[in-house]
Write a protein that binds this ligand. Structure first.
Ligand code: GAP
Length: 550
């Protein structure tokens, strides 16, 4: 039962994202087609930019990398740390009833039995016997659905050329015979697929693959194995074999470290319900299909907060956290239109509400964060499996109960990707010049200010160092004296530095410097004494926190 439900929960999420009527998809698709093509280009450039400027490198690249594992470089780690600080402080500083923990990655294996992950944290996989390649069965079928979309889109494109200005896409899709044929076929496939997912019917998934003559992209054959469940947890052994090694898992979510510590924290912190426990840490999933750069990784980082509430109060808190988390995202100023909620219609048996916050990535709206009302399922399971009483005694009600839990769960890497996608910008400048600029929120930028002596002599480097020494205690600063000022500006634009400060001969006379603003490229003369205030006004997280709580 649990396996079935968990499997269903996972695939239902995918299915729901596709469960839009064909026409809606098509309209969207045709409207956005050209924009999408260039967006793909932009995405490729972004990935290259991340590597070229020290944000993200393929892991162990000198050995040709490891699939879906990435390393963060000198700028990436600063951005990542700033994201984590923004999240952590928004939980811990802004809420007197939320505290943090840092649980170990290795946990007692029974944890994962109790949580249901051992039995049911699965994806449906299928192998091609000829190429020996492994695929996710649901992804193969989703790609087949996308082929129908492409065919319809091609017909629309041809018709648009034929009819010119007077072309009415919607009308065309609804009335053209060939397009209608594709729409019908797509809907048929979609319905079968949805039913198979919902019924956890692995035979039917395989049958769909056979009926639609889906071939392996490598071997080109239909020589498929049966569809099997594949557990996404990585396992290893703890202890030497002589001692009797124990099979343990790399945690696939950080949340369980919070659940098993809930009573320790409640008691030692004298926490009263409602209260929350926050944690940031690595999670590991052996994703079968890992694509889209750092969007789906095998080793990634989560920022999770479990909020423990009285039974019956959970919906009130669920709404509260939905709203709070969206405000947190929007305060960054990447554009309110880039976010949307995606409520789950079908829920796992232990959840009574769930929603995703999606962000418009270059490859469409994608989940960045999940907010789940998990009832008392996890705590009850741990109580049952451990045999320990972990109920909470509520002094106001004078009764004991197992608290209900609202979870907010966001991937650091996905957050990183959403910020980089929104920030990456190619601009044409006057005089035929161009620049690549990362318009990162100033609070998150890896480097806040770059100090530049106009020339490498006449005491200007010394003055520049003096300024840097004043600022470096509060802000991550860089120093650059190489090449022309224009080239130095471009270097800082490319890593998203909000301020460049130039020291010139006049500075030595009047204590004034030129401050150049990244996004507008405007420059002004300001006193060295005012620099701290000018930078602080833009990069202090306090300003974002005020927006969230006001
Ligand atoms: N504790 C609940 C939980 O783990 P989830 O929806 O599986 O829920 C939460 O994951 C968040 O973790 C996602 O919204 C996403 O941001 C991130 N995440 C999940 N799998 C990921 C992966 N393979 N690579 C990168 N981030 C991932």
């Amino acid at each position: 039962m649990r396996q079935k439900t968990k499997f269903r929960r996972k695939i239902t999420k995918n299915y729901e994202k596709r469960a839009i009527f064909a026409l809606q998809i098509l309209n969207n698709f045709t409207n956005k087609k050209y924009a999408m093509a260039s967006q793909e280009d932009v995405f490729k450039k972004l990935v290259a930019h991340c590597k070229e400027y020290g944000f993200v490198f393929p892991s162990s690249e000198i050995y040709d990398g490891v699939g879906a594992v990435y390393d963060y470089g000198q700028n990436g780690v600063e951005l990542k740390n700033n994201i984590k600080k923004y999240w952590w402080d928004s939980m811990i500083l802004l809420h007197e009833n939320i505290v943090g923990i840092d649980a170990a990655i290795f946990m007692h294996p029974t944890t994962w039995k109790a949580s249901g992950h051992v039995d049911a944290f699965n994806d449906p996989l299928i192998d091609n016997r000829d190429s020996k390649k492994r695929y996710r069965a649901d992804v193969l079928i989703e790609e087949q659905l996308a082929k129908f979309d492409e065919k319809i889109e091609k017909e629309c494109e041809k018709a648009a050329k034929r009819f010119g200005e007077s072309f009415d896409k919607e009308m065309f899709i609804q009335t053209n015979g060939r397009v209608q044929e594709y729409v019908t076929k797509r809907t048929e496939l979609h319905t079968r697929f949805a039913n198979a997912l919902n019924d956890n019917n692995l035979e039917e998934l395989k049958q769909i693959i056979l009926d639609y003559e889906i071939v392996c992209p490598i071997s080109g054959t239909k020589n498929w194995t049966d569809v099997r469940q594949f557990n996404l947890m990585f396992s290893t052994e703890m202890g030497s074999t002589a001692d009797g090694a124990m099979k343990i898992y790399l945690r696939p979510e950080t949340a369980q470290g919070i659940f098993v510590n809930y009573l320790n924290v409640q008691k030692t912190g004298r926490m009263k319900i409602p209260f929350g426990i926050a944690q940031i840490g690595k999670a590991f999933r052996n994703e079968i299909v890992a694509r889209q750069f750092i969007f789906r990784m095998r080793e990634f980082e989560q920022m999770e907060m479990q909020f423990f509430v009285r039974p019956g109060d959970e919906m009130k808190w669920f709404e509260h956290w939905k709203s709070f988390r969206l405000k947190w995202h929007k305060a960054l100023g990447l554009g309110d239109h880039k976010y949307r909620y995606h409520d789950h219609d079908k829920l796992a048996h232990y959840a009574n509400a769930a929603t995703d916050i999606e962000f418009e990535m270059p490859f469409g709206f994608k989940e960045v964060e999940g907010i789940h009302s998990r009832t008392n399922f996890d705590l009850s399971q741990h109580e049952q499996y451990s045999g320990k009483n972990i109920k909470y005694f509520d002094p106001e009600l004078n009764q004991s109960y197992t608290p209900y839990v609202i979870e907010t769960s966001i991937g650091v890497d996905r957050m990183f990707l959403s910020i980089m996608s929104a920030a990456y910008c190619e601009e044409k400048l006057e005089g035929g010049d161009s620049r690549v600029v990362l318009k990162l929120p100033a609070v998150l930028a890896p480097v806040k200010a770059c100090i530049m002596p106009l020339v490498k002599k006449d005491g200007l480097p010394e003055k520049a160092r003096e300024i840097m020494n004043q600022l470096k205690f509060d802000f991550k600063c860089a120093y650059d004296e190489k090449d022309s000022i224009g080239k130095r500006y471009r270097r800082q634009d490319a890593v998203g530095t909000p301020f460049c400060i130039t020291v010139d001969h006049q500075t030595l006379e009047d204590g004034m410097v030129t401050i150049r603003h990244r996004d507008t490229m405007s420059q002004e003369r300001v006193s060295i004494n005012d620099l701290h205030g000018i930078i602080d006004a833009q990069v202090n997280m306090k300003n974002l926190f005020k927006k969230i709580v006001e």
